[in-house]
Design a protein around this ligand. Structure first.
Ligand code: C5P
Length: 403
């Protein structure tokens, strides 16, 4: 598999001569499977054209924090959330200074401040500027804040000087990016996530059942994102058409009762429990042993309530994991979601409006609002796999804060 498969990289290019390596870097990152969105500073445009970067990245290039059109397409906060990694290559002494001081006076520095993703910096400058104690202090501050330094290398410089300050060559930068992301993949290392997904099927007789439109896509995407972040994942799934994510401990179930039993037996060993499944609220009271024949003009089926799986997990008095529910609503989303958060004693609830077209059940895209007792976070409409990454990051940081 490609080392950067499906990784989202925001590549920030600032105004140094090494910016001419930008298009090549984009191509090599994409070759490794990454999705790349380029952000250029004003002065970078003197060294490399946005058009060539757009052509090689196959994405629009962003350059302006205050451009309403660009903000409508993918704004600075969306880009910051989208990123699995922000790489600044080349990073000038000026941008390093701004980043070290938390300044946010252009699109790139704003994204760097607004992202939860790791930051990697590839300095590129004259050797004297690199050795200047002010630059050294800024670099030390950035690494203390958790940024990773890629380089600089040593050698002949564009200005004729020889020494430290050259941007690393593209293959070295790509290896550095792969290393940063593989270290970061261990964000959830040692954690166990239990996730329910898909619909349940409640039998009526040997050939019929009651079910719903859940495709399982959201739950499987959450499982995949948690696996990619290094967690051990148990995926308890009702019947779907999807292939189980590789590496998950996969437990197929049919009915709500089976899902309930499996969820409770695994939840106490979990750090995080995420209930994505669309569980049938009721099951048939008396499942017929034989196929029901159509003798009468009308028939009634008596049903009884199923146990509420997520509420039972959240109600555990011992070994209760951090518990996350979903709420699929068609109206008054916030009110119903907050009601469920409280009633079911959840830590977080991810709510979506399934009445909006292009999102929710069966769709490949979704938008969510995540509520905790004291705040809310909007996750804009995007693919379920991207949304799952963002959701996993929120769950992980909220769970950490609670622990
Ligand atoms: O009450 P409602 O079904 O809308 O709540 C949705 C949330 O509760 C989802 O997280 C769903 O997986 C969970 N749920 C459950 N067991 C049920 C019903 C819902 O775990 N019987």
């Amino acid at each position: 598999m490609q080392a950067l498969h499906n990784k989202n990289i925001v590549l920030g290019i600032t105004g140094g001569i090494a910016a001419y390596k930008g298009p090549e870097l984009v191509r090599r990152l994409k070759e490794q499977g990454a999705n790349v969105r380029v952000v250029v500073t004003e002065s970078a445009k003197a060294f490399v054209t946005p058009l060539s970067l757009q052509a090689v990245s196959a994405n629009p290039v962003s350059d302006d924090l205050l451009d309403p059109q660009a903000e409508l397409a993918m704004g600075h906060i969306e880009l910051a959330k989208w990123a699995d990694l922000v790489v600044v290559a080349p990073a000038t002494a000026n941008t390093i200074a701004k980043l070290a001081h938390g300044m946010a006076d252009d699109l790139l520095t704003t994204i760097a401040l607004a992202t939860a993703a790791p930051l990697a910096i590839a300095p590129a400058m004259n050797q004297q500027m690199w050795h200047n104690p002010m630059t050294q202090k800024n670099v030390a501050a950035l690494t203390a804040y958790g940024a990773t330094l890629l380089g600089p290398g040593s050698g002949e410089q564009a200005c004729g000087d020889v020494g430290l300050g050259r941007m690393l060559d593209v293959p070295e930068l790509v290896s550095g990016v792969i290393e940063v992301l593989s270290t970061n993949q261990q964000l959830l290392a040692g954690q166990h996530w239990v996730i329910t997904a898909g619909p349940t099927q409640e039998p009526i007789d040997p050939v019929r059942y009651i079910s719903n439109h859940s495709s399982g896509k959201m739950g499987y995407a959450v499982a995949q994102a948690a696996l990619e972040a290094g967690a051990k994942v148990t995926l308890i799934s009702g019947p779907t058409k999807l292939a189980p994510p590789q590496g998950a401990d996969f437990i197929p179930v049919i009915t709500a009762a089976e899902m309930h039993q499996q969820a409770l037996s695994h939840a106490t060993s979990a750090n995080i429990f995420v209930a994505c499944a669309a569980v049938a609220d009721y099951r048939v009271a008396q499942v017929a042993d034989q196929k029901i024949k159509k003798h009468e003009d009308a028939m009634q089926i008596s049903m009884v309530k199923n146990p509420d799986i997520v509420a039972d997990v959240a109600g555990l008095t011992q070994g209760r994991p951090f518990t996350v529910g979903f709420a699929a609503e068609t109206q008054d989303v916030e009110q119903y979601a907050r009601g469920k958060l409280q009633r079911k004693n959840l830590d977080l609830i991810a709510a979506n409006n399934v009445s909006l077209s292009g999102q929710g059940f069966n769709s490949d895209d979704n938008a969510l609002t995540v509520f905790s007792a004291d705040d809310r976070t909007e996750l804009a409409l995007t693919s379920k796999s991207q949304l799952a990454k963002e959701l996993v990051a929120i769950i992980s940081s909220k769970a950490e804060r609670k622990a």
